[in-house]
Ligand binder design. Structure first.
Ligand SMILES: [Zn+2]
Length: 98
């Protein structure tokens, strides 16, 4: 098994015209990047519907001020996203004192 892996690195190194150790670190970094992106995908977007938090948060000040009406999509997101719900409460309490 180890023998085959070494062969793979050497083959890839040959194709990329890199040293074997450079290829290993390149593959390691590519793997790390992929792992981070997967983590972000799994933990960052698991609660999201079709709208993401950034889009929702742009709407929150207007919603809290009553300058725009909420859509079912936004309501659904806020109901399932504690972070956005907390932001909306923050804006609403700010408006109440204004
Ligand atoms: Zn959110």
């Amino acid at each position: 098994m180890h023998k085959y892996q070494q062969m793979d690195y050497r083959e890839i190194a040959g194709v990329l015209k890199l040293s074997e150790s450079a290829t290993k670190s390149l593959l390691f970094r590519a793997y790390e990047t992929l792992r981070q992106q997967l983590k972000q995908f799994v933990f960052g977007e698991v609660e999201e519907s079709s709208m993401n938090c950034n889009q929702i948060r742009e709407l929150l000040p207007d919603l809290a001020a009553g300058m725009s009406t909420s859509t079912p999509e936004v309501n659904q997101h806020i109901a399932s996203c504690d972070t956005c719900a907390a932001h909306l409460r923050d804006f609403q309490s700010t408006m109440a004192f204004a």
